[in-house]
Design a protein around this ligand. Structure first.
Ligand code: TNX
Length: 516
């Protein structure tokens, strides 16, 4: 079997994230023209489109690429719903999987095998003979994207869906409201987008998704087996809401627009008569407009509110969201790392986002069984999270010093922030979701999400240069088994994969950690 060489690394059949089993065979299969057969026409068309992206032409008499439903596919004995087996043999390709999403995973692996041989300048369109048996480690493999601080519209969002899909990630969490803007039409509350959608950081122009655009984006993602998770951030990060509806402030006056990058200063007030109806309207509409099972209610960094009132917001938001038939998701603060006005003021003065240290370790557990907590701040005492897990909370890991892809790679990096850490590629690769929160049972870990905040990112090129190559590292942490992690192998595979980024004109950061 031929190998692909790139820089110092020699890599056969570079696949990211690393599959569970990859058995190379003899020879290679020509895929210049392919004929895709699938259980349904839409899946065949999408598979053809994915392979066309790697240089294949879809035609009637091409090399057969056959997608078949098969419960026996995947690693021996696996019951994982996402499992698949990809077989590249002399007479064609077979992708077998019990469910559609496994079939797409197999096609994505095939696409990478083709990309690996084709390189940047249009080498042969072929795949090496191989059998891949594969399944993910965690069910939640995502990217959290802030579309408020700078606005990224439907075309950018589709490009991001394609990117996350190419690494077999299956959740795109959109941060749709914050101090600077409101990015989703809410039919019962039209002023949110009429008055608060046009701003962004530093006077940049804003925008928003209409209800139709939101549905179309979700359909585009769903076809690719990616679920959009919408976030409306409350009870802090709400200046866009209080700008649109003055009744949400104690004075009754609408707040001014805000285009800075401070956090933690804005808040709702639960004792105002307008507040609960506002939350009910917004979350009921969002739940109704959302195809997937989750709605994220934020809950982060409410630095100017006491723990008791914050707790009542958490309970209310969960009640509204579950009542609307969705599973609540929130940032870790809803899991009980406490608040306090004193510490808040200090944290604000520091300019460092963060949660104040918990006041006591015996506060009430606020989360319902099944609520998903997104862990980001590695500083607080883990005790409240252990109690939340015992009460049935699930955890998605987004440790800021590993998975926040808006952090600068190095002190010299022109884009990004640095409050959590400098996050080089290897930092994004060297961690284990299972051991991140000391004492948390691995069974409570639902998965992993990279996150990218966009205070300093104004264009798709800026965004992609922060995502690539680090998103590939987080994807491997989320998919591949802990014992499959191998930095030298990963480095080599990234170098191979980068040829496809260059060919497609995608921006990436050429970190010196890779021999490009
Ligand atoms: C913290 S982490 C935030 C965001 C900021 C980000 C900047 C979290 C849940 N909230 O509001 O954009 O830091 O890195």
């Amino acid at each position: 079997m031929t190998t692909v060489s790139s820089g110092a690394a020699v890599v056969a059949d570079a696949v990211i994230p690393a599959p569970v089993e990859l058995e190379p065979g003899e020879g290679a299969l020509d895929l210049t023209t392919v004929t895709v057969v699938a259980p349904d026409a839409a899946t065949a068309r999408l598979a053809g489109e994915l392979l066309a992206g790697a240089g294949a032409t879809v035609a009637e008499d091409g090399t057969p690429v056959t997608l078949v439903a098969d419960a026996a596919a995947g690693p021996e004995g696996s019951g994982n719903p996402e499992r698949y087996t990809l077989t590249v043999a002399a007479d064609g390709v077979t992708v077998a999987a019990p469910e559609r999403l496994g079939l797409l995973h197999g096609v994505r692996t095939l696409r990478q095998l083709v990309n690996a041989r084709r390189g940047e300048t249009g080498g042969p369109v072929e795949a090496g003979a191989v059998v891949v048996r594969d399944e993910p480690r965690y069910p939640w493999r995502g990217l959290s994207l802030d579309v408020v601080r700078h606005w990224f519209g439907p075309a950018d969002l589709r490009a991001v869906v394609d990117l996350v899909g190419s690494y077999k990630m299956n959740r795109l969490h959109l941060h749709l409201s914050d101090d600077q803007g409101w990015r989703l039409e809410i039919p019962s509350r039209p002023a949110l987008t009429e008055r608060s959608s046009q701003g962004a950081v530093s006077g940049a122009s804003g925008g928003y998704l209409t209800a139709d655009e939101y549905r179309e984006l979700q359909e585009y993602a769903a076809e690719r087996e990616i679920v959009i998770v919408p976030e409306i951030d409350v009870p802090g990060h709400v200046n866009a809401a209080t700008h649109a509806y003055g009744e949400l402030t104690p004075s009754g006056e609408a707040t001014d627009t805000y285009d800075g990058i401070e956090v933690g200063f804005s808040r709702l007030h639960l004792d105002l008569p307008a507040t609960e109806p506002f939350l009910r309207d917004v979350f009921t509409d969002v739940a109704r407009m959302t195809l997937g099972p989750w709605v994220h209610f934020g809950g982060d960094e409410v630095l100017v509110m006491g723990a008791e009132e914050f707790g009542r917001f958490v309970v209310l938001c969960q009640e509204i969201i579950t009542g609307a038939g969705k599973v609540p998701v929130a940032w870790q603060e809803a899991g009980g790392s406490a608040h306090g006005d004193q510490a808040a003021v200090a944290a604000l003065a520091d300019g460092a986002p963060g949660v104040p240290e918990p006041a006591a370790d015996e506060g009430p557990v606020l989360v319902e069984p099944g609520t998903v907590l997104q862990y980001w701040d590695t500083r607080p005492d883990p005790a409240p999270f252990l109690r939340a897990a015992e009460a049935g909370a699930r955890f998605v890991m987004s440790p800021a010093d590993k998975a926040y892809l808006d952090m600068k790679y190095t002190p010299e990096h022109p884009l990004g922030q640095q409050w959590a850490a400098f996050v080089e590629l290897r930092d994004s690769y060297d961690w284990d979701p299972a051991t991140l929160i000391e004492g948390l049972p691995e069974a409570a870990v639902e998965g992993v999400s990279a996150a990218v905040w966009t205070e300093t990112l104004v264009s798709r090129a800026d965004l992609f240069s922060m995502l690539l190559p680090r998103l590939a590292a987080v994807a491997e942490i989320a998919w591949s088994r802990a014992d499959a992690k191998d930095w030298e192998s990963f480095r080599g595979r990234v170098a191979v994969e980068a040829a496809a980024w260059r060919r497609d004109g995608a921006s990436y950061h050429p970190t010196p950690q890779i021999d490009w």
